[in-house]
Structure formats: structure tokens, C-alpha cells
Design a protein around this ligand. Structure first.
Ligand code: CO
Ligand code: CO
Ligand code: CO
Length: 308
């Protein structure tokens, strides 16, 4: 599986029962603290392997850093954050590369493994499935609020906790319960990634806007006009694909909000949903919410309802 699919990572089969899962993610700081930037970048990079039901094994650091402008210790803190998160995940950082860059950047190339018959893709959601989300939305709005000093310290802390959380416990549940399809929610927002899933699966879906968990302060930030460019582009790109039915403006923005290190979006057969939710809550994932359903065959169309 490679660039011809819109899946989270590339998969390369080595033997009948072993395949490599490869992915890379790099971005500019989303929080002011270099250590936590490193932690979040690592959690985010590992997530694409988890989303495909794989186990991350090895990682390489990729960093850009303005050597003449910032003390090198800051780069050290970023790398330490990444290393700590990789260690928590049981992933070995085996090297990396840094280049001189006017703007700091950090990310990782991650190698994982998966049994070829256990790969979870985003292309096999089935009518009747329920859609489950494992982290709240609003991260894009909140990190933009950080840049403009509009986000409260308590919300910054909460957002860091959410972004830093590994998707591993959620992925464990997914593998245990058996899901139809999954993806992680990142730059294209909830609806952008859902659309990749519905389109690739040849289905249509319905989202209950009131059931979607959102970090509380994101609502007031959106009302004050704090909306990242990526979120606006996501919303525009879904024009003609998403039918909004009684959904307020702020909710439309947040359902398209570009996430960093967001949760897993799983499409689960209805008779397995209760067990999945019970296990997700036991493993203390940031949230475990049924937010919608796959309604039938289609070309990816999404209906978002403001009322249930
Ligand atoms: Co992804
Ligand atoms: Co990615
Ligand atoms: Co090198």
C-alpha cells in the first residue's frame, strides 16, 4: 500500500506473515515549550502506525534548527521530548538528521511492523458501522490561540495532555475488538479524514454534531475569530460533500478543525461497539464517543445533523 491510497502509512510485505509500516511527519512548533513540542511531534508521528493496526519499532529524528539564532540546548530539549515519548511507546530512536533552518521543525520517520492479514485501512468501512472518536477536537483552534496569546494556561495544559497522549491504548482496543476501518484525525480535521474513509470505502455517513467531543475553550476562541488557515481550507474543500442540517457556524468550523496528534476515528460493526467503548474507557483514552454511523453505500457523502 503506497501513495495510490489515502491511507495513513505505507505498507510493504516482507514475508507472508510480516510487513513493514512506514510513515514520516514533521512540523513547526505547536506549543512554546520545546520539550513538549518534541513529545507531541513523536506522539503524532507514531500515530499513523497505530492507525493501521501496526506496532511502531524504530524511529529516525528529523529536525530543522536556526543554529545562529537559538541556543542549541533548545534542540536538545525537543529531541529529549521525542526520545521520552518513543521510549514510552517501546520505540528505539536509531539516529536522525538535523539541518540549519530559519524556522525550527521536528518530526520522525517511523518504522513499524504488522501482520499482513491484520492491517487496518481506512477503505473498508461498512454500512451499519458506528463511528467512534478517541480524542476531543479543537486542537487547531487552541494552538492558533496560543500564537495570539488568546488561550488560557489551563487550556494550554489540557491541549498538551491530549496531543501528547499516545494512540496506542486506542489501537490495542481496535485490534482486540476487530474494527471495519480506521484512521487518525490530523491536518484535514475530523470531516476531512472521515471523507477519505467514506470515499475510499464507497459509503456515506452521518455525524451527530452534538455527540462530538470538543475541548471547551475552543468554542469561545472560534467565536472570537481564532480559526487557523488550514481549518478554513478544510471546510472549503468539503463544500458539496458535507450536507449541514441545523449545525451552528462554530460547530461547522470545529468539525473541520485541523488537528495535531488527534485521536483515532474507528468504524466499528454495531454489535462490537459496546465492548469497544467499555475497553476504551478502561484504558483511559482521552475520550470514547460514538459520533455517527455509516448509513449506506455512496461516494463518500457526509450528512452532519445538529439535532439527534
Ligand atoms: Co494519519
Ligand atoms: Co501522517
Ligand atoms: Co545525516
Amino acid at each position: 500500500m503506497g501513495t495510490n491510497t489515502a491511507d495513513d502509512a505505507g505498507v510493504y510485505r516482507l514475508t507472508p506473515d510480516l510487513a513493514l509500516v512506514q510513515t514520516v511527519d514533521v512540523f513547526t512548533p505547536v506549543v512554546d515549550d520545546p520539550y513538549w513540542f518534541g513529545v507531541i511531534a513523536a506522539a503524532n508521528a507514531l500515530s499513523d502506525v497505530y492507525a493501521m493496526g501496526g506496532t511502531p519499532r524504530l524511529a529516525l529524528n528529523i529536525a530543522g534548527f536556526p543554529r545562529a539564532k537559538l541556543p542549541l540546548d533548545i534542540l536538545g530539549q525537543i529531541l529529549r521530548g521525542g526520545a521520552d515519548k518513543c521510549q514510552e511507546a517501546g520505540v528505539v530512536v536509531i539516529g536522525g538528521h538535523t539541518l540549519d533552518d530559519p524556522e525550527p521543525k521536528y518530526g520522525l520517520a517511523v518504522t513499524g511492523t504488522v501482520r499482513p492479514d491484520r492491517i487496518i485501512t481506512n477503505a473498508t468501512a461498512r454500512p451499519g458501522d458506528r463511528l467512534v472518536l478517541t480524542k476531543p477536537l479543537g486542537i487547531g483552534v487552541i494552538t492558533t490561540g496560543i500564537k495570539y496569546e488568546q488561550t488560557s494556561p489551563a487550556t494550554v495544559e489540557e491541549a498538551i495532555r491530549v496531543m501528547a497522549a499516545l494512540n496506542r491504548p486506542a489501537a490495542d482496543v481496535m485490534v482486540e475488538v476487530g474494527v471495519s476501518a480506521a484512521t487518525d484525525v490530523t491536518g484535514f480535521g475530523l470531516l476531512g479524514h472521515l471523507y477519505e474513509m467514506t470515499r475510499a470505502s464507497g459509503v456515506r455517513a452521518r455525524i451527530w454534531a452534538l455527540q462530538v467531543p470538543v475541548l471547551e475553550e475552543a468554542w469561545s476562541l472560534v467565536r472570537r475569530g481564532v480559526v487557523p488557515g488550514g481549518t478554513q481550507r478544510n471546510r472549503a474543500a468539503l463544500d458539496g460533500i458535507v450536507a449541514w442540517e441545523g449545525v451552528e457556524e462554530e460547530a461547522q468550523v470545529l468539525l473541520c478543525d485541523a488537528q495535531t496528534s488527534g485521536g483515532l476515528l474507528m468504524s466499528i460493526p454495531q454489535d462490537r461497539v459496546d465492548r469497544a467503548l467499555r475497553l476504551l474507557r478502561e484504558r483511559a483514552v482521552p475520550t470514547a464517543a460514538v459520533i455517527g454511523e455509516v448509513t449506506g453505500p455512496g461516494n463518500g457523502e457526509i450528512a452532519v445533523l445538529g439535532r439527534r
